[in-house]
Design a protein around this ligand. Structure first.
Ligand code: UDP
Length: 483
């Protein structure tokens, strides 16, 4: 009887783009779906799979969900190909060309299933590889949902890029044109400048590969059964209304990290949540944080992909040290974009940091942001980091690196007013001033705004909240597709 029931369960294939922020969010989604009794196949590229296995026992964590399978596929690039900085964009094209037929074969052959649920009955693909996955799903008549790990605000800007081009608003005409307001992204006419458009728009040649890829992939989402977004109605309701004209069925179910934590508490698991960290987290900073006063520490991290130059490193460091604020800085081994030896953190930096700062290679970011000593986040404005900061009620200084981050930082400063935007500037005096503003001069104002937004975020995933209701709707939809 139990086995019969299991056979009727849908098997959902989750297919993330192979980058930390994407895998993180989609693994949380996968676990949430597994908790609803769905059978899951999580498909990683070999590169990501090997990195994850190096650092944690993900398989053991996931074994608590019956029918949860981890499978792998090649991204089509040689092992030695760099997969950080703007090289990450090579993966989209490589997968569209080289992984397509393998993906189809894996679906047809049944190797993505198990004995009791051999067939994939539904696909949730990362929308940034929406083109080839949707082609294959449609060909095989498998329902496909798109999940995007960016905010609705950036999705909508990507979607509107063809309008900007048709109206002659792109290409941007040099530095003097950067502060011009754009007029062809409905709902954002009053505050979105050329400077705030996704980094891919900063090209003279509108046939630029990265720009074309991102716009092409975003325009696949109306072909999907529905679009799933890691956001919530109270944060991005107006933008979601614009997207719904083109993608009528949207499930906004975020912030996923709060949702995930709540459900884990519901099932009262004693084991720790699965972690998809590509680097080993160093927990030594937690004891240091314990010894710092309430909301006194600026947490500094530029995520998993961004790279900075040695000069930029020095500007940030001098600005932070001069600000007199305490700081915890994630210095990823490949953060500095220079020859490894030259890029070693200079000794004077380490010595000069000891008094009020702590440097670490990688942390458990959610744990750090939730620590009472953390009062601000100097971030590259990746969408996961932005949402995790909102979920922890921590105001931000934004220094966007690329892609959607330019849009996110504008929303943080101008729309949600929970931080400041330092985009396109890297100067020790400005760093010092902004850190002082956020942590001292305007501390109350930002802390209050961040606190209020955090409360709203939490309400959305609690019973009766918009993300909670959308989640229930999504589950019903997936089960309906099967029957
Ligand atoms: N992260 C982490 N430890 C760190 C730095 C980052 O766990 O030291 C996680 C962070 O919590 C987030 C992800 O890495 O979930 C980064 O995703 P985001 O979208 O912010 O940026 P990306 O790395 O994709 O540029």
């Amino acid at each position: 009887m139990e086995q019969q029931k299991a056979q009727h369960r849908p098997r959902v294939l989750i297919f993330p783009f192979p980058a930390q922020g994407h895998v993180n969010a989609m693994l949380k989604l996968a676990e949430l779906l597994a908790m609803e009794g769905l059978h899951i196949t999580f498909l990683n590229t070999h590169f990501i799979h090997n990195r994850i296995l190096l650092h944690n026992d993900i398989q053991a964590c996931l074994s608590r969900y019956p029918g949860f399978l981890l499978k792998t596929i090649s991204d089509g690039l040689p092992d030695e190909h760099p997969r950080s900085g703007d090289k990450i964009m090579d993966i989209i094209d490589s997968m569209s060309i080289r992984s397509k037929s393998v993906f189809k074969h894996m679906l047809v052959s049944g190797e993505l299933g198990s004995d009791d649920s051999p067939l994939v009955t539904c696909i949730i693909a990362d929308g940034i590889v929406g083109w080839f996955t949707t082609d294959i799903a449609n060909e095989l008549h498998i329902p496909i949902y798109h999940f995007r790990t960016i905010g609705a605000c950036s999705f909508w800007v990507y979607f509107c890029v063809p309008n900007l081009i048709d109206a002659g608003e792109l290409p941007i005409r040099g530095e003097e044109d950067m502060d011009r307001l754009t007029k062809r992204v409905p709902g954002m006419e009053k505050f979105l400048r050329c400077r705030d458009l996704p980094s891919f728009c900063r090209v003279k040649d509108l046939t630029d590969r990265d720009l074309v890829s991102v716009v092409r992939e975003t325009h696949q989402s109306p072909r999907a059964q529905a679009l799933i977004l890691n956001t919530f109605e109270d944060l991005e309701g107006p933008v979601l209304s614009h997207i719904r004209i083109h993608c009528p069925k949207i499930y906004s179910i975020g912030p996923l990290n709060i949702h995930h934590k709540l459900r884990l508490t519901d099932i009262e698991t004693t084991s720790s949540p699965s972690s998809s960290n590509l680097f080993e987290a160093d927990r030594s900073c937690m004891a240091w944080l314990d010894a710092q006063p309430l909301k006194s520490v600026m947490y500094v991290s530029f995520g998993s992909i961004a790279v900075i130059t040695k000069d930029q490193l020095m500007e940030f460091w001098h600005g932070l040290v001069k600000s007199k604020t305490r700081f915890l800085w994630v210095m990823r081994p490949d953060l500095v974009d220079e020859d490894r030896d030259k890029a070693q953190i200079p000794k004077e930096l380490l010595d000069g940091t000891r008094e009020r700062g702590f440097m670490v290679g990688w942390v458990n970011q959610e744990e750090v942001l939730a620590h009472p000593a953390v009062g601000g986040f100097l971030t590259h404005s990746g969408w996961n980091s932005t949402l995790e900061s909102i979920a922890a009620g921590v105001p931000m200084i934004c220094w966007p690196y690329f892609a959607d981050q330019q849009v996110n930082s504008r929303f943080v400063s101008q729309v949600w007013k929970i931080g400041m935007d330092m985009k396109d500037v890297c100067d020790r005096k400005i760093v010092e001033k902004m850190v002082n503003d956020l942590m001292v001069e305007r501390k109350e104002e930002f802390a209050k705004a961040a606190d209020e937004l955090c409360t709203v975020a939490r309400k959305s995933v609690n019973e009766g909240g918009s993300s909670y209701c959308n989640w229930k709707g999504l589950i019903k939809d997936i089960f309906k597709v099967e029957n």
